[in-house]
Design a protein around this ligand. Structure first.
Ligand SMILES: NC(=O)C1=CN([C@@H]2O[C@H](COP(=O)(O)OP(=O)(O)OC[C@H]3O[C@@H](n4cnc5c(N)ncnc54)[C@H](OP(=O)(O)O)[C@@H]3O)[C@@H](O)[C@H]2O)[C@@H](O)CC1
Ligand SMILES: Nc1ncnc2c1ncn2[C@@H]1O[C@H](COP(=O)(O)OP(=O)(O)O)[C@@H](O)[C@H]1O
Ligand SMILES: [K+]
Length: 449
């Protein structure tokens, strides 16, 4: 957004115009929710405060009862001009009395440090005593690029100005922003970060056969239940043929699953000679023994697309970037936060920046899981909110790994799998077990055809 604004200003766009549009968008949304109730506008010293003064003026002109609570501090440039154009009631933040509607324009993308104790106390008091709260661009005290909480209050609605910022989809932002509305202010925005939308999938071609649909080999581990969840998810994720390679019982269904007896890494290498394999999944329930490590080596040395999950990620540890950058075929890593930390220590910035850096170092696609899943590769990053915190139950990661295997075996993407996984969870409703999620993959897929 900062870059887009700069390009727009360089091309003759004016800051006054941008701020008028931002303030107008905020006023429009606030008016819809205010329905005649008194409004308290919190205005900070920067451009976020500038937007607030514009919105206050427009709402007041439209007949709303508006008071401004201003935070001290030096206001300069366009924001100072907007402050001067406001002629209504103004008090200091300390003097402000809560009103039914609060609009928070203290800080936006320019928040630079923790809110002071005083500012935080006033802000929370006013927001908590309002009937409805709306943040301009970001809840004040939410760090833009990471979603880290520097003292923000929890808002009902946030009006994102011009484009979503990472904090609208990451970390504490998931709770603090409330419902996020996007206001177009006529500044074209493009960049390497997107939010995940519903994918467009197609039914198999008329002349499809099981191998052309995508064949997935799942390496069975010490915990065969995890591997089976993964293999079943691959079957329902659209794969034409799913083989479970290990020593577990073939009696544990489903019958459509092909069991191949694979005792050790040598036998796995033989199985991997099959050129029809579209993707290999290793990691769910794998275990961390030497035998597991040898199987992982066999997969990494194979020419197949690979999904690397769970224990396999921990086995790779800090060697991940080195090992994977030597692979020619696509590798998709699916770590949760703990596994990510065991592979890529430290790193600068928020989750998006750290995941992109890891993808660049390893040459892999990285699905960095959590309520704010970040999918990064050399082209950029996609952020996905699954929309179901019920996913926080054992085994759902195994289901995701199988889905990723099915999608990439069919020439699709990890993003498709993440969307299907999240949507299946929404359709499954509350308190499901990972097994139950699988039955909801097909209905989720139906929405994409
Ligand atoms: N660019 C544009 O034209 C457009 C921008 N737009 C709007 O501008 C917003 C970005 O504005 P911005 O860059 O001025 O930053 P902003 O969020 O107002 O905060 C900076 C001010 O706060 C202060 N401050 C920071 N942290 C603090 C703390 N913890 N405690 C106390 N003070 C603190 C900081 O002071 P300093 O750090 O210098 O001491 C500075 O004075 C953006 O979110 C959108 O709403 C739209 O109008 C569209 C056009
Ligand atoms: N609070 C949450 N909200 C949304 N999705 C979540 C949440 N917690 C976990 N998930 C998702 O659930 C899955 C859990 O995977 P993982 O942690 O590997 O679990 P397991 O290893 O038990 O299968 C991931 O897809 C993750 O993104
Ligand atoms: K704000």
């Amino acid at each position: 957004m900062r870059d887009a604004e700069q390009v727009w200003f360089n091309g003759g766009g004016s800051q006054v115009e941008a701020m008028e549009r931002a303030g107008a968008a905020v006023a429009r949304e606030a008016a819809r929710f205010a329905i005649g109730r008194g409004i308290l506008m919190l205005a900070g010293p920067g451009n976020n405060g500038g937007d607030a003064y514009v919105a206050a003026r427009l709402l007041s002109e439209a007949g709303h009862d508006v008071a401004v609570a201003a935070l001290g501090g030096k206001t300069e440039g366009t924001a100072a001009e907007m402050r001067m154009r406001w002629h209504g009631e103004t008090v200091s933040l300390e003097e402000a009395v809560p009103r039914p509607i609060v609009i928070d324009g203290l800080f936006g993308t320019g928040v630079a440090r923790e809110l002071t104790k005083d500012v935080k106390t006033y802000l929370h008091h006013i927001v908590n005593n309002a009937q409805f709260s709306l943040a301009i661009d970001l809840p004040s005290g939410l760090e833009t690029d990471s979603g880290d909480d520097l003292g923000a209050a929890t808002m009902d609605v946030t009006v994102a100005v011009g484009s979503l910022k990472p904090a609208h989809m990451l970390g504490a932002g998931l709770v603090r922003c409330g419902h996020v509305l996007l206001a177009d202010i006529g500044i074209p925005v493009s960049g390497p970060i997107w939010s995940l939308g519903r994918p467009q999938l197609s039914a198999p071609a008329v002349d499809a056969h099981k191998y052309s649909r995508g064949m997935v080999l799942v390496v069975e581990g010490d915990m065969p239940g995890a591997s089976r969840l993964c293999a079943r998810a691959a079957l329902h994720g659209g794969a034409g043929y799913v083989m479970l390679a290990g020593t577990g019982s073939a009696e544990a269904g489903p019958d459509a699953l092909v069991h191949r007896r694979v005792e050790d890494a040598g036998a796995l290498r033989n199985a991997l000679e099959d050129e029809r394999i579209g993707a290999v999944v290793i990691g769910p329930g794998l275990g961390r023994s030497d035998a597991a490590h040898a199987k992982l080596d066999a997969v990494l040395e194979s020419p197949h697309r690979a999904v690397i999950d769970g224990d396999a990620l921990t086995l790779l540890g800090f060697e991940t970037a080195d090992r994977l950058s030597r692979r020619d075929a696509l590798s998709v890593l699916t770590p949760h936060a703990g596994e990510f930390g065991r592979m890529f220590e430290g790193g600068e910035g928020g989750k998006i920046a750290r995941t992109r850096a890891a993808a660049a170092r390893s040459g892999a696609t990285i699905v960095h899981k959590g309520p704010d899943t970040v999918i990064a590769d050399g082209d950029g990053a996609i952020v996905a909110n699954s929309g179901s915190s019920w996913l926080s139950t054992a085994g759902t990661g195994d289901v995701l790994a199988g889905l990723v295997g099915a999608r990439i075996a069919a020439g699709g993407s990890a993003g498709q799998a993440v969307w299907l996984h999240g949507r299946a969870a929404q359709l499954a409703g509350p308190a499901f077990a990972a097994d139950d999620l699988i039955a909801h993959i097909a209905p989720a897929m139906k929405e994409c055809l």
